[in-house]
Design a protein around this ligand. Structure first.
Ligand code: NDP
Ligand code: 2IT
Length: 450
């Protein structure tokens, strides 16, 4: 479709170097073709041109003092991408690799993900190039305070509600919230992922990982299969990976790997959840420490990874849960997974598979759960936290978990039925993109030109 190609070409030309944004936009726009052909109203009203341009991009200086008293400076960013269906919602990422292009791809994905949840939340993302590793608690606190000192004037419980992402967990949300509260002099549900004593929701910590497994279960169920007894590879060793491992263990599947930025663990008898939590949540150490706690596990350092990809995906498995970061699973990895008999790939991370890898999974017709559907449990439970804050209630773990499961089932059904409607049964990439897009686009039409 020349119209779609022209938008992609322009997007590349006018947003140079934002390669991750180009990748995310290409995947979405290409898969919308059947809808655009069927319904010319979107093209006529320039919905794609509007959707690919953020409503607002806020860039600001973050200056803070490290423990040695030296001044550190970086750029903070919040991209408020689309608020058609609700207040901006999406995480904050703190990582040395952060660029505007990365935040932009994440914000773009968040529009469709949030729409798919069926809840009233718009799409946004933010963050900064900052490495939390090796920083003291005091340094993390001063950084978060400096970040919120600028951000606070742009957020609010019905305006924009940030949350965690890579490098931002409960500790950082606490410092951010504390600074927001001091500056605004009010207790607002302005962040999600808060501590349980000050407005957090039970099950938010677990939600993304649990939701990803619930989504995989739905995909397997439709194929008359289950995850029980299946060997599962998981990448990452952070929030999403840990609670993916926990849920897999609870349902009788066997998670056998985890990874971090320095290497991976292959534990053939199954990941030891207590050891993993001790290493990552208590000690904040590298996975080489897991090997000390569980000597029968194999530790593969990054230096021994295959030249053409990621060692995690070379471990034979029946289901794979990429849950670390973008583009961590390439075409060679996808080929290895398929060759080894993997029949389910469920994306816990955002855009972990390259476009080529996704194509291979779709061609092989395995169960493939794209990120914006499969990892939507985190943001959904964030919205449940917003609901609890607004009504000044706190629901039980069981209540939140049951709602989360229902939401993941709803997302699967919506993506799956939409794929069938457009003649591509089983293609959840197309189904999720079209279903997520349609709600936002129709709302933009209803709201008038903006
Ligand atoms: P965490 O910071 O808790 O964990 C990230 C994990 O991935 C760590 O093990 C980290 O290793 C590893 N990692 C990060 N960057 C790289 C890299 N460039 N190369 C190799 N390993 C890397 O983040 P989350 O678990 O929250 O996020 C993981 C993914 O899930 C991200 O894509 C995020 O966007 C997505 N996501 C998160 C949600 C949430 O609710 N938290 C919701 C939906 C999606 P190390 O510790 O060594 O840095
Ligand atoms: O990518 C994501 O969906 C998140 N990091 C969670 C966002 C949120 O607002 O909970």
């Amino acid at each position: 479709m020349p119209y779609v190609q022209k938008i992609i070409d322009d997007l590349k030309k006018f947003n140079p170097a934002q390669v991750e944004f180009h990748q995310a936009a290409t995947e979405v726009l290409v898969s919308l073709r059947p809808l655009l052909e069927k319904n010319p109203v979107y093209q006529k009203n320039k919905i794609l041109e509007r959707l690919t341009e953020p409503e607002r991009q806020i860039l600001f200086r973050v200056s803070w003092q490290d423990d040695a008293g030296d001044v550190q400076v970086t750029q903070g960013c919040r991209i408020q991408f689309n608020s058609a269906i609700g207040p901006y919602k999406g995480g904050l990422r703190l990582h040395p690799s952060v660029t505007t292009g990365i935040i932009k791809f994440l914000g773009f994905e968040q529009i469709f993900k949030n729409s798919l949840t069926g809840l009233a939340i718009g799409g946004a993302k933010g963050g900064a190039r900052f490495d939390p590793k090796g920083k003291s608690d005091g340094e993390i606190m001063r950084f978060c305070q400096a970040f919120m000192t600028e951000l606070f004037r742009h957020v609010g419980p019905t305006i924009d509600v940030p949350a965690g992402d890579i490098g931002v967990g409960g500790r950082e949300i606490g410092y951010l919230y504390g600074q927001y509260k001091r500056l605004s002099a009010s207790h607002d549900g302005v962040l999600t992922g808060k501590g349980l004593n000050y407005g957090g929701s039970l099950a938010r910590t677990e939600a993304t990982g649990y939701g990803s497994v619930y989504f995989a279960e739905e995909m397997m169920k439709e194929r008359g299969e289950s995850l029980e007894g299946k060997s599962c590879t998981v990448s990452g060793a952070g929030n999403v990976a840990i609670y993916t491992v926990e849920k897999l263990l609870q349902i009788g599947a066997k998670p056998i790997t985890v990874s971090d930025s320095k290497g991976m663990i292959h534990h053939a008898k199954g990941i030891d959840l207590a050891a993993l939590q001790q290493v990552k949540e208590v000690e904040r150490a590298s996975l080489s420490r897991y090997k000390e706690l569980c000597p029968d596990a194999v530790y593969v350092p990054l230096s021994e990874y295959p030249k053409d990809g990621n060692a995690v995906w070379r471990v034979p498995c029946q289901a794979a849960f990429p849950s670390a970061t973008q583009n961590e699973l390439n075409a060679a990895d996808a080929e290895a997974l398929l060759k080894n008999g993997c029949t389910c790939v469920c994306e816990g991370a955002n855009m972990p598979s390259t476009l080529e890898a996704v194509d291979l999974f779709l061609k092989a017709k395995i169960a493939f759960g794209p990120a914006k559907a499969a990892n939507a449990g985190g943001v959904s439970t964030s919205q449940l936290e917003m609901s609890q804050n607004a009504s000044m209630q706190q629901w039980t773990f069981e209540e939140v978990d049951a709602k989360l499961r229902g939401i993941m089932q709803g997302i699967f059904k919506n993506a799956s039925e939409t794929a069938r409607e457009f003649g591509a049964p089983g293609n959840l990439v197309m189904g999720a993109n079209i279903a997520g897009f349609r709600k936002v686009a129709d709302t933009m039409l209803a709201l008038g030109v903006y």
